[in-house]
Ligand binder design. Structure first.
Ligand SMILES: Cc1cc2nc3c(=O)[nH]c(=O)nc-3n(C[C@H](O)[C@H](O)[C@H](O)COP(=O)(O)O)c2cc1C
Length: 255
């Protein structure tokens, strides 16, 4: 029991960092973090990912607008673009008299999962080193622009971008749903409207969210998500763009 409590303690205070100090992050530290993250599990141990390190000021200047100049991208000393990558593996197959069959959506999904697990492993190890990190979800919104900037070949698609630097301050605390909202026993439960309201009560009541609702002129927190942060029209527009890029990169040959 003591052991379980101490593990909870380790992660209980983790948070995303969006403000970074001017202190440089050495390339050797980044390489060391990435090399350790490469111990992450992958589909069939194929390691269907790659990561582009952007650290030169001229490249950071070009990549920031592709992340809508979000605050975390502006102060970051390093931006990592983690990609789903079947290019390198497919070339190796051909070199080895093997015909790759990875130009399809299932293969993209495998590579996307490998890249996602790898990205989170980078986050965890970077944070253990005292670095601050912030995912930039704009990686998939502007995946084509990022792909062009970074010269990504066929079968390589950006999945997750990470802004990294030494933290300036602690980052903001954020709320979580209670365990019973996400963890079910044996089968997915039936939930009444009342059950859902109870599971989301703490989130709805979380004080910083009230400010968020007022600032956006909304009545509920959910409206901030549906009307402001992730509205249908935006989701559909960027879905089309991402599907177009998957086609262009050769991941949708079967559909
Ligand atoms: C896939 C993904 C995309 C994200 N995109 C962004 C982003 O574009 N900008 C940002 O500031 N934070 C981004 N985040 C960070 C989340 O906002 C953050 O994890 C969440 O609010 C919880 O806060 P915490 O990590 O401090 O606990 C992203 C996180 C994930 C996992």
């Amino acid at each position: 029991m003591k052991d379980i409590d101490s593990k909870k303690g380790y992660f209980a205070n983790r948070r995303t960092v969006r403000r970074f100090s001017d202190r440089e992050v050495s390339r050797s530290l980044i390489d060391s973090v990435i090399e350790r993250a490469m111990r992450a599990p992958t589909t069939g141990n194929m390691q269907l990912y790659s990561v582009i390190v952007s650290q030169e000021p001229s490249m950071l200047e070009k990549i920031r607008p592709l992340h809508f100049c979000q605050p975390a991208s502006m102060g970051a000393k390093v931006v990592l673009t983690v990609c789903a990558d079947f290019y390198r593996f497919s070339r190796w197959c051909r070199l080895s008299k093997a015909e790759p069959g990875y130009d399809n959506f299932l293969s993209f999904t495998s590579a996307m999962l490998d890249a996602t697990v790898f990205a989170q492993q980078i986050v965890t190890i970077a944070e253990m080193e005292g670095l601050g990190t912030c995912y930039l979800g704009t990686a998939t919104y502007n995946a084509e622009g990022i792909s062009d900037l970074l010269s990504l070949p066929e079968l390589v698609v950006p999945v997750a971008c990470l802004a990294i630097g030494w933290p300036d301050g602690e980052g903001e605390e954020s709320e979580r749903l209670p365990l019973e909202a996400v963890c079910y026993s044996e089968r997915y439960p039936e939930m009444t409207d009342g059950d859902i309201a109870v599971l989301y009560k703490a989130k709805d009541d979380y004080a910083p969210n009230a400010k968020f609702i007022a600032e956006n002129g909304k009545e509920t927190l959910a409206q901030v998500f549906t009307d402001v942060r992730y509205p249908r029209a935006m989701n559909e527009e960027f879905s089309e763009k991402l599907l177009g890029l998957l086609r262009k990169k050769g991941f949708m040959k079967n559909g």
